[in-house]
Design a protein around this ligand. Structure first.
Ligand code: SAM
Length: 350
């Protein structure tokens, strides 16, 4: 049993890399339950039984990058590419707003067709139409100048998973032209500018070791992001990692708990990838310490085309149906969504 290490982490004493590795590698079922209970009670004391909603708008699946794990990598010639127009994006927001969403997440591949001028136009249009909503961007690595321009236009938050904090591991997941150094620099820049910033990684990505995960947790602790996105790696048939095994539910849930215990106030989603590997993945994620869900607001016609991994769930339902299904699921475990921007709280956890 490693309950003393979990207690140590709760007391805001960071673990060493060796301690994290030991805990992740040799934990027992009881440790997992102990961590989940602690994580959930921390989340309950901060958010009560309220779960924040983010409306995900996957506005382009064109990508200039060639990440080995990702279904929309540029080398995947079988991907059916699409881009949403400003009007289509605004109509997703309109639909979402009526359903009670107060955060819109614009996510896409790194698509140069969406120039800074175009992105600024999109951000300003959403900001003008929905002044009470948060705008989150997840569009990859850009220059400081671009990030500053998006922030000035009205974007509030930025999600950029670091993917892995270990350089040698990063090299096994990405082509030569991408670097962990640049990814980390982007994250520091985003924080400096004032974005509520999110990093994160895939659980069980190919070649990942427990030491790598320990370094991921230490990186998160050092960066102090307002959001952390983790979900299981799931193979995609048209990528070089087609034959690799998926990350596990057990590992993802345990890591969600450790992140909640370590970073207390952090905004932590139960991801679609988690719901894809387990029919009740989202609920289990919440019960392990997550406090955010991100249903899809993208038009039905493009949902199946934004395929990062095989078997993605919730690609066939209207946003309204998705939200109702989710609310039913949350209710079954004693939680409910709120109509709120759901910003990061700097209040001291005690
Ligand atoms: N292009 C932006 C970026 O690089 O941050 C945002 C889009 S990117 C597709 C969003 C995230 O999807 C990545 O950060 C990665 O962690 C995740 N992802 C990609 N392929 C995946 C896979 N096969 N299984 C699980 N998650 C995956």
């Amino acid at each position: 049993m490693f309950t003393s290490l979990i207690d140590k982490l709760e007391k805001e004493e960071i673990l060493t890399q060796e301690e994290f590795s030991e805990l992740i590698k040799n934990r027992t079922k009881e440790d997992e339950e102990y961590a989940a209970k602690k994580a959930r009670s921390i989340a309950d004391s901060i958010f009560a039984n309220k779960i924040y909603l983010r409306g995900l708008i996957e506005f382009t699946n064109y990508c200039k990058n060639d990440c080995f794990y990702c279904g929309i990598r540029c080398s995947n010639k079988q991907a059916d590419r699409y881009r949403l127009s400003l009007e289509e994006i605004m109509s997703c927001c309109e639909n979402g707003y009526k359903l009670g969403f107060r955060t819109f997440v614009l996510q896409g591949g790194e698509d140069p067709w969406f120039t800074d001028a175009l992105m600024i136009d999109i951000i300003k249009s959403i900001r003008a139409a929905y002044p009470d909503c948060a705008i989150t961007l997840s569009i990859g690595e850009k220059s400081e100048e671009s990030y500053r321009a998006y922030f000035a236009a009205g974007a509030d938050r930025y999600l950029l998973r670091h993917e892995t904090a270990t350089d040698a591991h990063y090299r096994k997941l990405h082509p030569e032209n991408l670097s962990l150094e640049n990814r980390k620099n982007c994250l520091h820049t985003l924080k400096k500018i004032g974005f509520q910033t999110g990093c994160g990684f895939m659980v069980g990505s190919p070649f990942q070791t427990t030491d790598d995960i320990a370094r991921d947790l230490l990186f998160i602790h050092e960066l102090k992001p307002q959001m952390v996105g983790i979900g299981p790696f799931i193979p995609h048939a048209q990528t070089p990692f087609a034959d690799k095994v998926a990350g596990t539910l057990q590992d993802t849930l345990f890591l969600l708990s450790l992140i909640r215990i370590m970073e207390k106030n952090v905004l932590l989603p139960a991801t679609t990838a988690l719901a894809t590997i387990d029919a009740n993945g989202r609920e289990k994620g919440i019960l392990s310490g997550a406090n955010v869900v991100m249903p899809n607001l993208s038009p039905l016609g493009v949902r199946k085309k934004y395929t990062l991994y095989d078997g993605k769930v919730c690609t066939g339902d209207e946003a309204a149906e998705c939200k109702m299904c989710l609310e039913r699921r949350l209710k079954s475990i004693g939680y409910e969504t709120v109509v709120s921007r759901g910003d990061y709280s700097y209040r001291d956890y005690s």
